[in-house]
Design a protein around this ligand. Structure first.
Ligand code: ADP
Ligand code: MG
Length: 249
């Protein structure tokens, strides 16, 4: 029935999360969560600290077992190991920038391209990514010498090195000033528009979410509060109650 509906509308979701539940002992971190992401979108996820947002990324990337189902391009990915999920085309960044400290910027992106891309290593693609994330001039710098913004750029570059069709970003703006936020927003828009990559972004800044995303999912204690047009969602009293009233702006 669902399949028929999406065929009729001509859109099969690139990601279809169906009643996913993840428990850590007594704690239900993700609770019967369902949502769909259309291809080509910038899809936002927000919710208070501890809502289960990063856990959701860990489930989609294959790091933990869970109940329910996650379809990527109509194919079940539950149970696949992380490197297979990455090879299929799902890539992500982490809340705290993770880089290989002693590798140079160029090698950090090259390694991802070598091991993660279905097409194998392509020097020209590595170069494209280096310019996109504005690190071409620092290509021979060790990652550990980079400032926080450049480390974030490198982490996004390394995630792009695998040539993903979905890029999942986990609070990319955290710790950034207003100018850096604009740079990151511009980068995310270019990745989406110029490279045709579907973006899922977890973010706290509502202004970023309403300006950048086309659809916004709000979760609280692992449960979906609502999902839809970002401007409508952020005006929803349930959202203001659980999230905006929580001291965030
Ligand atoms: N590996 C884990 N083991 C046990 N509890 C975890 C683990 N990862 C996350 N949690 C718990 O799950 C809940 C959701 O965490 P998280 O997904 O990091 O939230 P968010 O990213 O929305 O802030 C929190 O209560 C957190 O303490
Ligand atoms: Mg988190």
């Amino acid at each position: 029935m669902f399949e028929l509906q999406s065929l009729k509308e001509g859109t099969i979701s690139i990601l279809d999360v169906r009643t996913v539940t993840k428990k850590f002992g007594e704690l239900t971190a993700v609770n019967r969560l369902s949502f769909k992401v259309d291809p080509g979108r910038i899809f936002g996820i927000a919710g208070p600290n501890g809502a289960g947002k990063s856990t959701l990324y860990n489930l989609i990337s294959g790091l933990y077992t869970f109940n329910g189902s996650i379809l990527f391009n109509d194919r079940e990915i539950r149970g696949l190991p992380p490197h297979d999920i990455a090879k299929l085309g799902i890539s992500r960044t982490f809340q705290i920038p993770q880089t290989f400290p002693s590798l140079t910027v160029e090698k950090s992106i090259g390694v991802g391209n070598y091991f993660g891309s279905r097409d194998g290593f392509e020097a020209s693609y590595v170069d494209t990514v280096l310019y996109l994330v504005n690190l071409a001039e620092k290509r021979y710098h060790p990652a550990k010498q980079l400032n926080l913004l450049d480390k974030k750029m490198l982490m996004i570059g390394a995630a792009l090195a695998t040539k993903p069709s979905i890029l999942m970003l986990d609070e990319p703006m955290a710790g950034s000033n207003a100018k850096e936020i604009l740079l990151l927003m511009d980068l995310i828009q270019r990745i989406n528009q110029e490279m045709g990559i579907t973006i899922i972004i977890i973010e706290h800044f509502m202004k970023v979410l309403t300006e950048l995303t086309q659809e916004l999912l709000i979760i609280e204690t692992g449960t979906k509060i609502c999902c839809g047009d970002p401007v409508k969602v952020t005006a929803d009293p349930r959202v203001i109650d659980c999230y905006l009233g929580d001291g965030h702006d």
